[in-house]
Design a protein around this ligand. Sequence first.
Ligand SMILES: Cc1cc2nc3c(=O)[nH]c(=O)nc-3n(C[C@H](O)[C@H](O)[C@H](O)COP(=O)(O)O)c2cc1C
Length: 148
Amino acid sequence: MDLKHSGDTIPDGQDAVIVAASVHMGKHENFVLDFARKNRAELERLPSALISVSLAAHGDEHNAEGYVAEFEEQSGWHPAHVGIFPGALLYTQYNFLKGQLMKKIVRDKGSTDLDTSRDYVYTEWDGVKRFTEDFLAGLAEPSSQDRA
Ligand SMILES: Cc1cc2nc3c(=O)[nH]c(=O)nc-3n(C[C@H](O)[C@H](O)[C@H](O)COP(=O)(O)O)c2cc1C
């Protein structure tokens, strides 16, 4: 479900939850933070994972991990599985101001991806697929409690 436009609770009957959030202006979106805060108990009860998307994940991993640490601290949810993936610079979809803002941020980082007439997609989709498949495979395995 799209957390921005749907309810803020986990629908009944879910086997597991993957929460995906992107970083804007130094933090994950507030509506995802609110969702994690509100549903913390359920997220801890169910097998759950966090996917964090940012530009920092493309070459500035320390910062990308910092965003996740802050999210965990502010939400109180400490997911057992965390995937950190690079997002995209979608210059062609930004309005003029947003495009110039993003270009400045990118230039300040020392990147040369400054051509606002095109997009730059850094996401390693194979990595996203592998993360999801590994998470799902973990659900299929009997837990240590089941084996005991
Ligand atoms: C207005 C804006 C601000 C952003 N701020 C950051 C930032 O502070 N740090 C970062 O690593 N990435 C930042 N990004 C990059 C986004 O995380 C990346 O573009 C991501 O793919 C956005 O996904 P979404 O469009 O699904 O929200 C920003 C992107 C936008 C458009």
